[in-house]
Each structure stands twice: as C-alpha cells, then as structure tokens.
Ligand binder design. Structure first.
Ligand SMILES: Cc1ncc(COP(=O)(O)O)c(C=O)c1O
Length: 373
C-alpha cells in the first residue's frame, strides 16, 4: 500500500536550514544545551556526567515517564505513558497500531498530514470534517455527531490546532467525550502544542486523563522548543492499547536516545520556567502581529490564535497565495507556508510566532508590502 508524500515536512526540509527568515515555524524558541544543563539540579548533573550510553528502557526511562505523568497527566500512572522518538514517532506507532483496515475514522481538517495519512495508509475509511473560519475554527460537535456511523472507530483531533491556533475548551471536550462514549468511539488527541498560549477559557485537561478510550499525544518539541531532542509520547489508560502501540515501537526504534531522555527530564523539572519564557516571547510577538494585521487589514485577516504558535491567515490579495509566498521568499527570504501544503485550495497561509526573530521577519514583510504598494 502506498503512503502519500508528506508535503509539509518536504516543504520545511527544502527551506528550513537555509539562511532565511522562517515565519511559519510551529515550535517555540529553543535553547542551547549549555542553558538547559545549567538548569539541572545536582542529582541530574551527576546523572548527566556519568550517563551510560547503553540502551534505555524501551518504554522510556522510568524517571522520565514518572515526570511526564506528574507534570502533565495528574491522574495517570507512569505505565500509561510510552516515550518515542518525537511526537511523530509516537503518533505513527499509535495510529498504525490502533487503526484497523475498514475502521471508519473521522479527521478534523486542515490537519498536520500524519494525522490523516497513517489511518489512510492502514486502509481505513476516512471522513474529513473541515473546521470553518466562520466558526472561528472551533470544533463542531453536532457536525461530528452527524458523521458517526456503526463502524466509526476513531475521531482524530488536534488542539491547539495546527494551523489555526484554535483550542478546544474544557466544556467542548467534556461534551465531545460524552458523545464519543455514547457511540463507543475512540479519541486520538494530538495535544503537541498544549500549554503554549493563553486560552480564554483555560486549558482543557489532556483527553487521556478524562476518557479511557483516548490517546493523548505530546512531546518536547513545541511548547518546550526542544524539537532536537526528538522525544515525544502517548498517554492512554487502556493497557491493551498501550501494548499494541509498544509492539510497533519494537519494530521501529526500540528505545530512544539516552541523552535526549535525560535532557527531557531536566526540562520537565524546569517546566514552569521554560514555559514562562516561551509564552512571554509568544505574547510579545502577538502584540506585534496584531498591529501588523490591523495596519494591513485590506490584505490579511485572521482569527486570533488562542494556543500554540501558529495562525491561519486569509490572504485577500488578487494573486494566488502560492505565488505570493513564492515571490516573498524570492525577494526577502521570508518563508510563509501556503495552504496548498495542507491540501487546501484556498488563499490561506500559516504564520508562526514562537521565535524572537519573528520581529525581523515581520519587518521584512512590511517593507516588502510597502514596496509593492
Ligand atoms: C500537530 C503536530 N503533531 C505532531 C508533530 C510532530 O512533532 P515532533 O515529532 O517534532 O514532536 C508536529 C510537528 O510539526 C505537529 O505540528
């Protein structure tokens, strides 16, 4: 069976490491290894200096899994978390293991392509439910209700939503779970940007804490800005589901990088400091973006993103958004991400605002627009 090209990852790998102004990244500002190690307590410094570079426990170091539940999934236990190489590795293994051919799977779109491609690759029957700008990109529970069939096995969601930055409220998640439970439908919830941002109604709990038939996906890449560690995980209350996912891991990476797991431990112990730093950059950048969009409202509009560090901008210019992005990159080195990368045939692009250098990139974009005018 064929797997489709991952357009988004190809787009990024084509441009990401050239000396350009990346204005579409979905991760928060990163940090130097030295700065992270400076945060380590005495015990972790000793562990780091004497770290044996043999295999780690396949499911993830016990101390890491313990910290993940302590910091993120209050009512879960360490054995209900499995660590992987990135959320990508976690998502692949979980969806590959748990989606069966012929299962009906509902996916909210536009979405990070892996969330739809893996169930497709497994031979599932896919129904896409498009989030709508007129509904502020919010989840529509009635629309989901109308799509559930007798063979519906999974609903796949991603909040904070990549690319719109919309979140699911605690109330919406509660109502969603009630609906899914009535129909025995499982929930796959990509929460990889959770805790980045400041949602008006506060953060919904991770789905895996609230619903025994849920898998929550998260990792160190987005809110912590530590994508280079390549550490992600799934959390799920169901032991049979955890075992099935673990079997796929046995055939892919077995265990993770030992140094990366220990560095993740250090980061999790300093979660509040790191998240405060990253959220401050984000909120400073949002003030600048608000001014930018007010100034250029004839050309752009967006729904204020409540979580994560990307937004989905409606481009109202005459030309196709692909062409706009291409010319912008050619003339200024500023990289946006057009909607075609998400298989969306409308004039939107993704903008990213998690990094300090956004200020320079926005300045270049403004100059470009003024020169055009
Ligand atoms: C929604 C979403 N899920 C998962 C991932 C994978 O992240 P990583 O493997 O870096 O943790 C990404 C990366 O961009 C993403 O945007």
């Amino acid at each position: 069976m064929k797997i489709n090209t991952f357009k988004l990852e190809n787009y990024l790998s084509q441009h990401e490491f050239l000396p350009q102004h990346l204005l579409c990244r979905s991760d928060a500002e990163s940090m130097a290894l030295r700065d992270l190690l400076d945060m380590a307590d005495h015990e972790d410094q000793e562990l780091w200096n004497n770290l044996q570079l043999g295999y780690t426990t396949a499911a993830g170091m016990p101390i890491l899994r313990q910290l993940i539940v302590q910091e993120m999934y209050k009512d879960l236990m360490a054995h209900q978390v499995l660590c992987f190489s990135g959320s990508e590795g976690a998502g692949f293994s979980a969806l590959f293991a748990l989606c069966e051919p012929e299962d009906h799977v509902i996916v909210l779109t536009p979405c990070y392509q892996a969330l739809i491609e893996i169930p497709k690759f497994r031979g599932c029957e896919i129904s896409q439910l498009s989030l709508k700008e007129e509904n502020n990109w919010c989840i529509d529970i009635d629309a989901i209700r109308s799509m559930i069939k007798s063979n519906t096995k999974w609903l796949i969601i991603n909040f904070p939503h990549n690319p719109s930055g919309q979140v699911i409220t605690p109330e919406e998640l509660k109502n969603l779970i009630k609906l899914l439970d009535e129909h025995g439908v499982w929930l796959f919830s990509d929460e990889s940007s959770r805790l980045l941002g400041a949602p008006i109604d506060g953060w919904a709990e991770p789905a895996a804490v609230l619903y025994p038939k849920a898998v929550s996906l998260n990792g160190m890449s987005k809110a912590f800005g530590l994508g280079g560690l390549r550490i992600g995980w799934v959390a799920c209350q169901d032991p049979a589901a955890i075992n099935k996912i673990k079997e796929i891991k046995n055939y892919t990476t077995i265990g993770n990088s030992t140094p990366s797991e220990l560095l993740s431990v250090i980061a999790l112990k300093n979660k509040d400091v790191i998240l405060e730093k990253n959220n401050q950059i984000l909120s400073d950048n949002l003030v600048i973006l608000d001014l930018f969009f007010t100034k250029n409202q004839k050309l752009f509009s967006w729904v204020w993103p409540q979580g994560g560090c990307v937004g989905w901008v409606h481009y109202k210019g005459k030309e196709d958004v692909d062409l706009f992005c291409k010319k912008l990159l050619r003339d200024t080195g500023v990289l946006l991400m057009p909607a075609s990368v998400y298989d969306v045939n409308e004039n939107y692009f993704r903008i990213g605002f998690g990094h300090k250098d956004m200020v320079t990139a926005i300045g270049k974009l403004q100059q470009y627009l003024e020169a055009l005018a």
